[in-house]
Ligand binder design. Structure first.
Ligand code: SF4
Ligand code: FE
Length: 492
């Protein structure tokens, strides 16, 4: 099958029996739900740009499995150039949506499960790699969106999966049958889960022998029997349900999406199993997936950062202060921070290496440095954007007020006229445009999109401490000590 168009992708979601709950109710037509639809539009952009001749080179690629043209989001990276193109593609999508476009988690899962299953089979003679290749060929041929589901609820963090009071705190096998396994548990804050056709489940931590039943990885359709999602709230989300609030929303077209995904006795046929008890490989999947997703942030967050820098520059221009040296300097600082993140994304890609299975893995140390910076720089970029934009970002009346005919003034002025009079800025700038840019900034810094730009920068792809552990492991302090000893003339 050819690549899907954006519309075909949206229509394909309607054919699934995905079970979505929100505000305590089942949402039947979730595809058109005003709180969910912007996140669907975001994923649809990964399809739309692949159809656009201007971006086709970046967005599409020849499959290493079939030779067919596929969307890069379903690709196994074949070179360091592929790894760099991945980051550039993510920056582009961030620029076009100013949101989390969700499809990367699947791409990062494909690449980590592909290489890990090869190594499990090598050791145990299992057939996980063949299973996975068959599954990925199906994904590529049908241009599917797949959620890479990793983060378990984790319960008591001081205890291993097998020690938890409630075994469901980590996804686990509850029954082994000749034709497959039955699994229970959940995955938290799953990006794009509802908008995905399929899911790949992976363990979330390294495991020991006692955790065998928790060391499990598999694929299953999003509407599998026993699987359902509870939608995650975002700041200011119900603005999307208000009438005449398209400006107040800040980004009416696009948004991210996170959900709690529950597996309640879901049957997984053998052909979709990629890990089943080989506990010592759980850590390898986690480390590789986290590495790829930490690289990803050197692309997506940079693209979104581009839109925020642009918005701050517009806010300054509308206020008539764009030539002030202090404003210029703040924009330089924002650009410097943003491009530093991009440098990290490109660097860990350029230093990538070939795995035993043949696809390319990023440099783990540099990817972790990349994500560590992402836990900091977007916060500073947000601070500077709020600084430039001014307090109006959080004090401006609603769009309904700006449009109101209710008379308030002694001379018959309406609320709308009063708002438009007092919130006018530089001559020649429409007050509505100022309103739009303020709300856009609010959305990214404090509103629904802050999930993807701010807090996700902290916790997505692993919290800061997780990167520091990897940096400690990969940092080669012993080697560095030797360098110092050699030059200082210290002999052991
Ligand atoms: Fe992709 Fe970034 Fe969203 Fe992760 S946070 S899914 S890398 S856009
Ligand atoms: Fe993420």
């Amino acid at each position: 099958m050819a690549l899907m168009t954006a519309q075909e992708y949206i229509d394909s979601l309607r054919k699934l029996n995905t079970r979505v709950y929100m505000f305590g109710e089942k949402i039947d037509n979730w595809v058109d739900h005003p709180m969910i639809r912007p996140s669907i539009n975001c994923v649809a952009m990964t399809y739309a740009l692949a159809q656009d001749p201007q971006y086709a080179d970046l967005m599409t690629v020849k499959s290493s499995l079939t030779g067919h043209t596929i969307n890069r989001f379903t690709h196994l990276h074949q070179s360091t150039e592929d790894l760099m193109n991945k980051v550039k593609m993510q920056r582009l999508l961030g620029q076009k949506t100013a949101s989390c476009f969700q499809r990367c988690v699947g791409m990062d899962a494909f690449n980590s499960v592909f290489s890990t299953t090869y190594e499990i089979d090598e050791k145990y003679g299992t057939h996980y790699h063949e299973n996975f290749k068959k599954f990925l060929t199906f994904v590529q041929d049908n241009d599917l969106t797949v959620d890479g589901a990793m983060t378990d609820p984790k319960g008591d963090r001081s205890k291993a999966p097998s020690q938890q009071a409630d075994p469901d705190m980590y996804v686990h096998v509850v029954e082994r049958r000749p034709d497959g396994i039955v699994v229970c548990g959940a995955k938290c804050h799953q990006t794009g889960s509802i908008n995905s056709h399929w899911h790949i489940f992976m363990p979330t931590i390294s495991m020991g022998e006692a955790d065998k039943d928790w060391a499990v990885s598999f694929a299953c359709p999003t509407d599998a029997e026993g699987m359902y999602m509870i939608y995650g709230r975002q700041s200011c989300d119900t603005r999307k349900m208000e009438e005449d609030a398209s400006i107040d929303v800040g980004n009416a077209k696009f948004g991210g999406q996170e959900a709690l995904v529950v597996l309640d006795h879901v049957f997984i046929p053998n052909e979709y199993i990629f890990l089943n008890g080989e506990y010592e490989f759980a850590g390898m999947i986690v480390e590789r997936f986290a590495g790829y997703h930490r690289q990803s942030y050197g692309g997506c967050k940079v693209g979104v950062g581009d839109t925020l820098i642009g918005a701050a520059a517009l806010a300054a221009e509308y206020n008539g202060v764009e030539k002030a040296s202090a404003v210029k300097d703040k924009l330089i600082e924002m650009t410097h921070l943003n491009e530093t993140l991009f440098c990290c994304g490109i660097a860990c890609s350029a230093q990538g290496f070939k795995t035993k299975a043949g696809n390319y893995q990023i440099d783990l140390l540099l990817a972790n440095v990349c994500k560590q910076n992402v836990t900091r720089f977007p916060y500073e970029i947000v601070r500077l954007a709020e600084d430039i934009a001014g307090g109006l970002v959080v004090t401006m009346p609603s769009q309904t007020d700006f449009n109101s005919d209710t008379v308030v003034g002694r001379n018959g002025e309406t609320i709308g006229e009063i708002c438009n009079k007092f919130f006018a800025a530089r001559e020649g700038v429409k007050t509505e445009d100022r309103q739009r840019i303020m709300r856009f900034i609010e959305n990214l810094c404090l509103g629904a999109a802050a999930v993807g730009y701010r807090t996700e920068s902290m916790h997505g792809a692993g919290s800061p401490q997780a990167q520091r552990i990897m940096i400690a492991r990969q940092g080669n302090i012993q080697g560095k000590k030797q360098l110092a000893k050699d030059i200082a003339g210290i002999k052991d």
